[in-house]
Design a protein around this ligand. Structure first.
Ligand code: HEM
Length: 165
């Protein structure tokens, strides 16, 4: 049976021990959730949802794809924006006027990660712009999600490697 004094002691003890979450950790958790949502969707789209291509007729497939893309367009630009903003906040801890720019392997790998991330961002902006302007996108965009999945996996590996190399 939990007695109230134990609980009271626990909260006093933990707040004295600084159990308050700093902004960086909050940014990291937000960043991680956005990465899971973003890469998770691209994974599902490229690896899982393609399973329906062969089992439904063309019209139904188009309806399904439109329904999914309409929902995706509401979620993913925002999750990528939050990913970039939370990432930018965290980046300033490692790359800044004091620590410089490309002075150590962490900064170099982080900059490669950011560069790859901005290739994805430009692709998203290009695809949304074509959609809004009703313009036919370049044929490479048919493979865009496959490209984003590969780049996303590289980004996640870099995000961990940069702290161990
Ligand atoms: C598609 C885009 C991106 C994805 C999928 C992504 C994914 C991730 C993942 C999975 C982590 C590891 C989190 C952890 O260890 O718990 C991470 C860490 C990090 N990301 Fe990103 N990221 C992206 C874009 C960015 C951008 C654009 C920036 C900077 C402008 C950035 C800056 C960082 C930093 C500084 C860390 C290290 C945080 C730490 O462990 O202290 N990320 N990212």
């Amino acid at each position: 049976m939990i007695n109230i004094n134990d609980l009271k002691f626990y909260f006093d003890y933990s707040s004295q021990k600084g159990f308050n979450m700093d902004t960086y950790t909050i940014a990291l958790i937000i960043h991680l959730f956005c990465a899971i949502i973003f890469i998770g969707f691209v994974f599902a789209d490229v690896i899982v949802l393609t399973a329906i291509n062969k089992v439904v007729d063309h019209d139904t497939l188009l309806k399904l794809k439109n329904a999914i893309s309409n929902r995706a367009r509401k979620i993913f630009p925002l999750s990528v924006l939050i990913l970039i903003l939370s990432g930018g906040f965290m980046l300033s801890k490692y790359i800044n006027s004091n620590d410089g720019f490309l002075n150590n392997s962490l900064q170099q790998l982080l900059m490669i990660k950011v560069l790859i991330a901005f290739i994805i961002v430009f692709g998203i902006i290009y695809s949304l712009t074509c959609k809004i302007l009703k313009k036919q996108p370049h044929s490479i965009m048919i493979h865009f999600h496959k490209i984003v999945l590969v780049l996303g996996i590289i980004i996640v590996i870099l995000a961990k490697l940069m702290f161990v190399i």
